[in-house]
Structure formats: structure tokens, C-alpha cells
Write a protein that binds this ligand. Structure first.
Ligand code: ZN
Length: 138
């Protein structure tokens, strides 16, 4: 818990190990560090969080697309078994899931723009956006 003796608890969790991050002020520089030693500047923490959100959105979209495939497959199965009401229900639910998936895809596009804009902005300011890793006590 050396990190917490150097700073105060923050409301943020470590993108790598999900531990609580301590907020450490070093002169004009604001840093965040978890108890296992992962360390971030405000910029690298923002980049890591934004990147993580994008990955989670892609995972959600993949799950939705799989549910569309399964619902359509179930609909085909019911149609072959001469169960038109059940088939229609499955096809309707597949269409609804497809619409939700399209919405998530749209959110991913805007999330990607945020991530890229941040990287471009940091590049223009000459900052190093590489996630800084440091172990406490070393
Ligand atoms: Zn950590």
C-alpha cells in the first residue's frame, strides 16, 4: 500500500488490474498509481480508459450479432417445423437485436473518433502517450 502513503484515494480504478488508484501530485504533474505499481499520468489514464471502453463496446456488439444469428437460426427451425407464430417471434426479436447492434456500432464509431482525436492531440502537443509502467519500490 505504498502508493496510498504517497497520495490520496481517487475514484478511478486501474485499467490493468482494476485496483483502486491513488492520486499523487508531484509538483505540477498529476499521477495515479495502484497498489501493484501500475502508474499513469492523467493523459495515459484517459487513453487507457477510452481504449478499454472501445474494446468493451466491440465485445457487446459481437454478442448482439451472435444473438441475431441464433434468433434467425431458431426462426428457421420453427418455420421448418410448421410453427409460424414462434418463427415470426424469433425473426422479430432478431430484427430488434440487429437494430440495437447497429446503435452500438454507431457509438463505437464516435468512441473511436474520441480515442484517435486524443492521440492526435497528444501527438501535436509532443506528449508521450505510451502507458507508463512502474513498480512501486523499484
Ligand atoms: Zn494496477
Amino acid at each position: 500500500m505504498k502508493a496510498f502513503s504517497m497520495g490520496e484515494l481517487s475514484p478511478f480504478s486501474c485499467p490493468e488490474c482494476h485496483g483502486v488508484l491513488a492520486r499523487i501530485k508531484e509538483g505540477d504533474v498529476l499521477r495515479f498509481r495502484c497498489h501493484t505499481g501500475h502508474a499513469y499520468s492523467a493523459d495515459t489514464l484517459l487513453f487507457a480508459l477510452t481504449d478499454q471502453i472501445e474494446q468493451q463496446l466491440y465485445s457487446a456488439m459481437r454478442g448482439m450479432e451472435e444473438s441475431v444469428l441464433l434468433l434467425n437460426h431458431m426462426g428457421d427451425h420453427y418455420a421448418e417445423d410448421n410453427e409460424p407464430v414462434k418463427a415470426a417471434f424469433c425473426f422479430k426479436k432478431a430484427k430488434e437485436a440487429e437494430d440495437r447492434s447497429r446503435q452500438v456500432r454507431s457509438v463505437i464509431r464516435s468512441q473511436e473518433l474520441l480515442t484517435r482525436a486524443r492521440v492526435a492531440e497528444d501527438g501535436a502537443m509532443g506528449k508521450n502517450i505510451t502507458v507508463e509502467k512502474a513498480r512501486s519500490g523499484q
